[in-house]
Design a protein around this ligand. Structure first.
Ligand code: HEC
Length: 174
């Protein structure tokens, strides 16, 4: 009985020591996390590069995954035929959406008017709709959201790139 109590006490002490150690670790890892959450992002592309290297190619990839093309051998459905291509179309739509988020950060939005935010938010919305259409394997919805996406590009260009006559670059990339 006496021995049992002693052991009980001992193990209680051991548990307290363990708890203290765990708390020690926790507070220690909290410090590490605090240090790690300091953002350190840079403007890796100016707006034109971002458009030419990321936004346009990804939008093209999404646009190129719906509708039809005709050539000498007839009409061809552009819908992806492999899982890999479906994923590429989804990834393209997702990237367009995320570019809309990026455009809202001070990196790209600083000094722009309020409508910059609106256009950028619309890009997020239409990118997510486009992604949903891909996930649903809904070619009609992909075609419709592709059209809306094009209009969002054109609307922002009209406001911020009027020297190009407001035209969004061609949907199939020239
Ligand atoms: C929030 C505004 C905004 C949205 C939305 C937007 N763009 Fe742009 N885009 C710009 C601005 C501003 C420029 C001009 C950059 C410069 O030359 O300084 C530009 C330029 C471009 C260019 C380069 C044109 C050239 O030859 O100089 C391409 C290509 C382009 N955008 C494609 C797109 C596509 C495709 C979309 C839609 C999927 C899109 N953009 C959506 C603001 C936007």
């Amino acid at each position: 009985m006496k021995l049992a109590t002693l052991q009980g006490r001992k193990s209680m002490k051991a548990r307290l020591v363990t708890l203290a150690a765990v708390f020690g670790l926790l507070s220690c890892s909290a410090d590490v996390e605090d240090a790690a959450i300091e953002p350190d992002y840079v403007k890796a592309h100016d707006i034109r590069e971002l458009m030419l290297v990321v936004v346009q190619p990804q939008a093209d990839r999404f646009w190129g995954a719906s509708g039809t093309v005709s050539d000498m051998t007839g009409m061809h459905n552009l819908a992806p035929t492999t899982e890999e291509r479906w994923l590429a179309a989804q990834s393209a739509a997702a990237t367009v959406a995320e570019m809309g988020n990026l455009l809202q950060t001070p990196l790209y939005a600083e000094g722009r008017s309020k409508d910059w935010m609106e256009f950028s938010k619309s890009l997020v919305e239409v990118g997510l709709q486009a992604q949903d259409a891909v996930i649903d394997r809904d070619s009609d919805a992909m075609l419709t959201t592709g059209g809306t996406m094009y209009n969002v590009c054109a609307a922002c260009h009209e406001a911020y790139m009027p020297y190009r006559g407001g035209a969004a670059p061609d949907a199939h990339g020239d």
